[in-house]
Ligand binder design. Sequence first.
Ligand code: GAR
Length: 201
Amino acid sequence: MTARIVVLASGNGSNFQALIDASISGDGSLDASVVGLVCNRAKALALVRASRAAVPAVLLTRLDGEHREAYDARLADVVAEMAPDIVVLAGWMRLLSMAFLEHFPQRVINLHPALPGQFPGTHAIERALESAQRSGIDHTGVMVHYVPGEGVDDGPVIETASVVIHPDDTVDTLSARVHAAERLTLLSALRRVIANGPPLA
Ligand code: GAR
């Protein structure tokens, strides 16, 4: 059965685009349908991508003074309406609380541009490059993991990929390699989840 994917994104949406492209490619590369986007920033390019691809999109911004849990409960209602099998956080730059997560147990997965336990949070690629220049690490990576709770870029790992850091790398050159690895890893992780289902609770 074709999996229904809902994407949460805050910005550029290039990984959202990769999912749209793979799901409509017709080559069977992803047995999934991207049935919706929820975005929390009005100016996000992800919204333009959704409109171009005719993917239903909802802009859901946090109201002035709105509690985090209240926003997350509204978000859960919007996402539940889209009836997802899998919710993909692809550049969703807000920490989700249990007010959202409890509605989608073992169904929320997150993409992060670093290896497990390394550089959680924002600017992971920049921090990996700084670390390489300071202390000589020679690789970083990407990961896709389940989001069972409120940890930052933390949870049972579905797939990782290593990305080499060259001595002459800049943020741009390293970002390009990390982003290329992200697209492949995200698609591969989703194929795995679709084929095997979620881990047992
Ligand atoms: C991606 O690199 C994703 O891994 C990262 O945001 C970028 C979104 O790019 N997510 C995180 O850093 C989560 N902590 P995109 O909007 O072009 O898909």
